[in-house]
Design a protein around this ligand. Structure first.
Ligand code: KIV
Ligand code: ZN
Length: 385
């Protein structure tokens, strides 16, 4: 089983979700929960982006002791200096510095030649290393970069002192095969690659962030980056809870371990959702309201006989108390009887049949039958002769 480090960026890339703005105390509360969850590295923010973020990163760096705290910086001395002031009290201060390497970004955004980009990257990584013991360098838009150029700049970044090389799929354009090949190529064509940790950072524009991250790990990445609930720019980042559970449940395919405590997932997800104001979609894998809920009669009957019929993981694994049998129009007799008994009613076979008929009639009018609805039906059934 090989070990994979987890780099959480909920407080930086996650906070870049449109409409999200966390204050210092909210960031600190999430940071403490991320520490309990067991992330190895947390990106607390982007210190040069605002004074508020500077203070939040500084407070987190001074407080968190069981994870490495990092902050983002552009490839400028002033960003690096500000980040150092925010992070210098951390137990293990790290800098995350980025510079774009794709032709699209170099031409239109940076307006620099590839040679100028190499020179700037080397200069800023060396400068960062004069302050920080650990420096991660991200080749922004790596998945749309020229492979030969990427291999050249990565080699020089490592020579300049970068400890971690991150190859982001910044715009969520990659496919699992293509992103896996990118890591394979860099592994095979960068002579000093063993001196650095290779990291994967995926966005979810085509819904493949988790699959792409796994493909990177299968091809040499030993660090994964993502956010809680998959929040982040545009369609978000790779969802860390999905990755963690996928590694755990499909060990036969993914023999990778992490330091994460899986039963902290639900609590972490709820806190991030509450403080960011970003609701978790009901059908979201692992943490959605419906992830452990069963509505159809066939599924409910199966789960009541043996949970493994329709559940590939237990709710307890991720910190949810129990699964849920939701009574709706597809539900059957077995779940209905179970629910009636759970509410404290013992009905004869005939009364149970009458109650079930009344309940089925109600489901044509109501999407979900509540306990109150059931009490009304059961009281009526009991009082009729
Ligand atoms: O997606 C991205 O490229 C980023 C970088 C800042 C690493 O978030
Ligand atoms: Zn990103």
């Amino acid at each position: 089983m090989s070990h994979v480090s987890v780099f959480d960026t909920t407080l930086r890339d996650g906070e870049q979700s449109p409409g999200v703005n966390l204050n210092q105390l909210e960031k600190l509360e999430i940071a403490k929960q991320l520490e309990r969850f067991g992330v190895d590295i947390m990106e607390a923010g982007f210190p040069a982006s605002s004074h508020g973020d500077f203070l939040a990163v500084q407070r987190i760096a001074q407080t968190i002791k069981n994870a490495s705290v990092t902050g983002l910086a552009r490839a400028t001395k002033s960003d690096i200096d500000i980040a150092w002031e925010a992070l210098k009290d951390a137990k293990e201060p790290r800098l995350h510095i980025f510079l774009a390497t794709s032709p699209i970004h170099m031409t239109h955004k940076l307006k620099k030649t590839p040679e100028q980009v190499i020179q700037l990257a080397v200069e800023m990584i060396s400068y960062a290393k004069s302050k920080f013991p650990y420096v991660e360098w991200s080749a922004e838009d790596a998945s749309r970069s020229d492979l030969d150029f990427l291999a050249t700049i990565v080699e020089k970044a490592i020579d300049a002192g970068a400890n971690v090389i991150n190859l982001p799929d910044t715009v969520g354009y990659a496919t699992p095969k293509g992103y896996g090949n990118l890591f394979k190529y860099v592994k095979e064509n960068v002579p000093n690659i063993e001196k650095a940790v290779l990291s994967a950072h995926c966005h979810n524009d085509l819904g493949m962030a988790v699959a792409n991250t796994i493909a990177a790990v299968e091809n040499g990445a030993t660090q994964i980056e993502g956010t809680i609930n998959g929040i982040g720019e545009r369609a978000g980042n790779a969802s860390l809870e999905e990755l963690a559970v996928a590694f755990h449940i499909r060990q036969d395919h993914f023999p990778y371990s992490t330091n994460l405590t899986l039963n902290e997932i639900k609590r972490t997800s709820d806190l991030v959702s509450k403080l960011t104001g970003m609701n978790v979609p009901g059908n979201k894998a692992v943490v959605g309201r419906n992830a452990f809920a069963h509505e159809s009669g066939i599924h409910q009957d199966g789960v009541l006989k043996h949970a493994s019929t329709y559940e590939i993981m237990t709710p307890e694994l991720v910190g949810i108390h129990s699964n849920q049998l939701v009574l709706g129009k597809h539900s059957g007799r077995h779940a209905f009887k179970n629910k009636v008994e759970a509410l404290g009613y013992q009905l004869s076979k005939e009364k149970l049949a009458d109650a079930f008929a009344a309940y089925k009639k109600l489901t044509d009018r109501k999407k979900e039958v509540t306990d109150d609805d059931l009490f009304t039906i059961l009281t009526e059934i009991q009082t009729t002769a």
